[in-house]
Design a protein around this ligand. Structure first.
Ligand code: HEC
Ligand SMILES: [Cu+2]
Length: 267
């Protein structure tokens, strides 16, 4: 009978391997949300940073619940439809009559789904409440190459808004129609997904204010020994940080990491 032992051992290892795989592939719980476009288109985004046009869909049940001030219900599916933006011959996105980007080719889908009891298998530093994420190709097939861990990581700091970046649009929080573009010696304006000026110099002890004039929310995230994040700022809102230590600091937007800026603090 002895000769059978290794066989048993191998199958135990195989079972453990399957278990680990299951935990990692939590996105498998999500099937493509056929008919999502019969729900509510609750927001669109001109993504200047990646030259894409995004549409955000969910169901009326979810919109109604959130607008009544209720938590996002179990069973919620949020569908992010990503299109390439149409560009001119210089590669600059063109704008339609409504002032927004024009849809080009369908590029991919991102889906988030929340169900009571989901998410328990994730470690605390990754878990996004009861949400799972999945990426689908333009053909509505699971994108096997997608890094689902990155979805959790980028949405994770938004715990205060149940990990939904576009919560203000979902809840119908009124945004001002237009906000004056502004910048000054200690003020950075954010418009079209750019920090202006890109490099700002202040003296130690001074406060820098950022004001967001975009439809999209942004979040100043200073990278250093420890990451310093402001709250997410919506259109018309501002945020401020005080710098006491002389030095140069790089910062990005926590929501759109290819938005970059620099802070120089002098004596
Ligand atoms: C680098 C940051 C980042 C990563 C990584 C990321 N997202 Fe998001 N996600 C955003 C931002 C910002 C929005 C807000 C809408 C927009 O700007 O298009 C968003 C919105 C969404 C939405 C609409 C609901 C909401 O939260 O506003 C879904 C669904 C979504 N993402 C799915 C995914 C999936 C699936 C992945 C992984 C394949 C993923 N995201 C990875 C930044 C990210
Ligand atoms: Cu941003």
């Amino acid at each position: 009978m002895n000769f059978r032992k290794p066989v048993v051992a191998v199958s135990v290892v195989a079972a453990l391997g399957a278990l680990a795989l299951q935990v990692r592939a939590g996105g498998d719980k999500i099937v493509f949300p056929e008919g999502f476009d019969k729900g509510v288109l609750y927001a669109t985004r001109d993504r200047h940073d990646v030259k894409r046009f995004h549409e955000l869909y969910t169901t009326k049940v979810v919109v109604d619940a959130v607008r009544k001030g209720q938590p996002i219900p179990s069973g919620t599916v949020l569908t992010l439809v990503q299109y390439l933006a149409k560009v001119d011959d210089k590669g600059v996105p063109v704008k339609g009559p409504d002032g927004h980007f024009v849809k080009g080719d369908l590029f991919a889908y991102g889906v988030m789904e929340k169900r009571a009891g989901w998410g328990t298998e994730y470690p605390d530093d990754l878990r996004n409440g009861e949400w799972e994420f999945q990426a689908f190709t333009a053909e509505k097939k699971v994108n096997e190459k997608a890094n689902l861990k990155a979805c959790f990581q980028c949405h994770k700091p938004h715990e205060k808004q149940d990990f939904v970046m576009s919560l203000a649009s979902l809840s119908g929080t009124a945004l001002p129609k237009s906000v004056a573009r502004k910048s000054g010696p200690d003020t950075v304006g954010i418009s079209d997904f750019l920090f202006g000026p890109e490099t700002i110099s202040v003296q130690a002890g001074q406060t820098i204010t950022w004001i967001n004039t975009d439809e999209s929310p942004h979040q100043v995230t200073v990278q250093g020994a420890s990451t310093l994040r402001t709250s997410v700022i919506l259109k018309g809102q501002s945020t401020a940080l005080q710098f006491n230590d002389v030095g140069a600091y790089d910062y990005i937007c926590g929501l759109h990491p290819n938005m970059k800026g620099k802070i120089e603090v002098t004596k």
